[in-house]
Design a protein around this ligand. Structure first.
Ligand code: AMP
Ligand code: GLY
Length: 422
């Protein structure tokens, strides 16, 4: 079988490495992929948002199945276009992807169907938003409606700061059209859990839970990033919490999407906060998370391609989806200065052992060498029988990777370990 994976980050590298485990897979193309993915797939210079070129490439190259991994092409209708062209693919169509690409849509959906989430109000003009803020207490959360590279969420510590966020989104347009509409919501507290799930629109199968580490510095200090590391499973996500999430959140969400005429197929990501009142939805993503995928897929024991195709065909209920009982840890090595300014172009060296456990995100090939080409350069993932062992092994493997100006958080998984020791 010939496969095509759209995207070019660490998540896509993890998906490609897992898909390759199926012996029926003869060829994988990555559009556009990256310098590290090139070791595992044929990279094709077609951008993740260039849907017409993707369709043309798939038809010209006899692609049997496509995986659309990032949010942008999903929101822009890559799955719709490929499906119309006769290429079966993994991921939601544009109508269903709106669950991520419009926060106002997802908040209204949760309200209508009684799915627990933070109380909120939606605004399309700055004046009314500021007036509303006068009736609120800080801290308060201001969110741009549309996609904003994970940066469209401001946790304001004062009402003045919240008003500033409203003005920068709605008047200064720092997120472009994504800030034409905003959501103001209640600030929630509690441990955060990421749960990715497979769904064919009827059946939903949660994957092993995980925990992201979004801030750039140890002890959750510094700026928000795309994610500096992950662990799985998340110890806060007990069987009791899982059962409650299934009843109160996961099943109601897929039923709601179906009832709205937007059946969701693919990977639905639940960003949850475990509050004293119970689990609540912080956000939905219409795709695999990055870097959650880098710890979740290594623990998948079933064949990924079979499971993916069952979500497309509507046969997930009859398909085995099995995860190992072990644990995984991914430590991201970033360029010093990320998430703001950083230098690129430094050669990367890796031991063979480290390379075998690495998912490359921001690296290019130059004169036959792998060089840094992004903020998050790569993630090193280890799996082990227990979480402490996985964390120790991930940091040991990370020692085998060197490039100038590299930095990583030293405390990935420590919060989870503290919870385990409880
Ligand atoms: P997002 O970019 O949507 O993943 O949000 C980034 C982070 O902001 C989340 O992981 C949470 O830590 C935090 N966050 C978002 N919404 C809320 C909320 N209502 N209350 C508290 N924290 C929030
Ligand atoms: N790691 C969070 C995300 O993929 O949005």
């Amino acid at each position: 079988m010939k496969l095509m994976v759209i995207g070019g980050g660490g998540r896509e590298h993890a998906i490609i490495k897992k898909l390759k485990e199926n012996p029926a897979v003869t060829e994988i193309y990555a559009l556009p992929g990256n310098g590290g993915i090139a070791a595992d797939a044929t990279c094709v210079d077609i951008g993740a948002k260039d849907i017409p070129a993707q369709v043309e490439f798939a038809k010209a190259n006899g692609i049997d199945y496509a995986v659309v991994a990032p949010d942008d092409p999903l929101a822009l209708g890559a799955v719709d276009a490929l499906t119309s062209a006769g290429i079966p693919c993994f991921g939601p169509d544009a109508k269903a992807a709106v669950i991520e690409s419009s926060k106002a849509f997802s908040k209204d959906l949760m309200k209508k169907y009684g799915i627990p989430t933070a109380a909120y109000a939606t605004f399309t003009d700055a004046g009314s938003a500021e007036e509303y803020l006068d009736s609120c207490n800080a801290p308060i959360v201001v969110k741009a409606d549309g996609l904003a590279l994970g940066k469209g969420v401001i946790i304001a510590q004062t009402i003045e700061e919240a008003k500033g966020a409203v003005r920068s989104m709605m008047e200064d347009k720092v997120f472009g059209a994504s800030g034409d509409k905003i959501v103001i919501e209640e600030f929630l507290t509690g441990p955060e859990v990421s749960v990715l799930s497979f769904t064919d629109g009827e059946t939903l199968v949660p994957m092993v839970s995980s925990m992201d580490h979004k801030r750039s510095g140890d002890g959750d200090t510094g700026l928000n990033t795309g994610g500096m590391g992950t662990i799985a499973p998340n110890p806060y996500y007990t069987e009791e919490v899982a059962a409650r999430c299934m009843e109160e959140i996961f099943l109601p969400t897929i039923r709601a999407m179906k009832a709205e005429g937007r059946p969701f197929k693919g990977c639905l990501y639940f960003g949850l906060m475990l509050t004293t009142e119970g689990p609540k939805v912080i956000e939905y993503n219409c795709r695999f998370g990055d870097p959650e995928t880098q710890v979740v897929l290594p623990l998948l024991e079933s064949d990924l391609l079979t499971v993916m195709r069952s979500t497309t065909n509507g046969t997930l209920a009859e398909t085995e989806v099995k995860f190992s009982d072990g644990a995984a840890c991914c430590v991201v090595l970033a360029s010093k200065g990320y998430p703001t300014a950083y230098e690129k172009g430094f050669p990367i060296t890796m031991t063979a052992e480290a390379a075998a456990h690495t998912y490359v995100a921001g690296a290019a090939r130059k004169d036959g060498r792998l060089v840094t080409n992004g903020g998050r350069v790569l993630g090193v993932t280890a799996t082990a029988a227990t979480l402490p062992a996985a964390i120790q092994e991930a940091y040991r493997l990370a020692e085998g990777v060197t490039f100038e100006n590299a930095y990583c958080r030293r405390d990935i998984g420590q919060k989870a370990l503290a919870a385990l020791e409880g």
